[in-house]
Design a protein around this ligand. Structure first.
Ligand code: SF4
Ligand code: SF4
Length: 223
């Protein structure tokens, strides 16, 4: 049986899924150098909300420093975008030479050739969960969703995730407005922006302690 639960790191929620320990999803397939990296082919964004959280503690500021030192990190006015490893040639060769007949191929096959710079093969994310963005903390691939959907209680996980995402968007728009009122953004003056964020109290979201759910994780695996 597979199991999905919600875990908290200092009140920051994330979904944990036992299928991820031995990922067999097509989204976890890696043709690049970084093997066994689950679905961390994603190039994450760190929004003002995450930077706000990071600005509050030494560990957070150290995490922010790690993100900024990544050579592929691009600073935008109100977020950071982290670009990681991408085997462009490998992907072009795959498109040119390899016919892949599978019906469940992702629309964007570059995912097979990418890796987030913060993932460690076989170990997962090296950043503290409380500073990751909500996409990283809540992502569940469509294969697991399909299996988990057989349990009616899973729907609550989806609706709570949607509500949380709306709150994240709202918080980000408030923080953006505060920076704009101070005539500053991450591009024009990064340090000043972090200083302003540091002075703003953190808002709390009361994410419910959802009951763990179980699902049959043997579908489509020939077990
Ligand atoms: S969410 Fe799906 S693709 Fe991602 S690690 Fe878990 S099982 Fe693999
Ligand atoms: S930040 Fe962490 S969880 Fe998000 S894609 Fe990168 S390694 Fe994965």
């Amino acid at each position: 049986m597979g199991r999905i639960s919600v875990e908290f790191e200092e009140n920051i929620p994330r979904y944990a899924c036992t299928s991820c320990f031995n990922c067999t999803s097509i989204m976890g397939e890696s043709h690049c150098n970084v093997k066994n990296r689950g679905c961390c082919s994603y190039f994450p964004k760190f929004t003002l909300l995450e930077i706000h959280k990071m600005s509050k503690t030494l560990m957070g500021l150290q995490t922010l420093d790690i993100i900024l030192k990544n050579p592929g990190t691009v600073v935008y006015q109100y977020y950071l975008h982290v670009k990681g490893y991408f085997d462009k040639e490998g992907h072009e060769r795959y498109l040119r030479e390899e016919y892949d007949p599978r019906e469940n191929l992702p629309k964007d096959t570059t995912v097979f050739f990418r890796a987030c710079p913060f993932v460690k093969a076989g170990q997962g994310c090296t950043l503290p969960a409380k500073y990751r963005n909500h996409v990283c903390n809540f992502f569940i691939c469509s294969e697991v969703i399909k299996e988990a959907n057989a349990n009616s209680k899973f729907q609550r996980y989806m609706t709570e995730c949607t509500s949380y995402s709306k709150w994240v968007d709202w918080e980000n728009s408030c923080l953006e407005r505060i920076l704009a009122e101070n005539n500053v953004n991450l591009v024009s003056n990064f340090n000043k922006s972090v200083e302003i964020l540091q002075s703003i109290p953190l808002s709390e979201y009361e994410f419910p302690a959802l009951e763990p759910i179980e699902y049959d994780d043997t579908c489509g695996k020939g077990a």
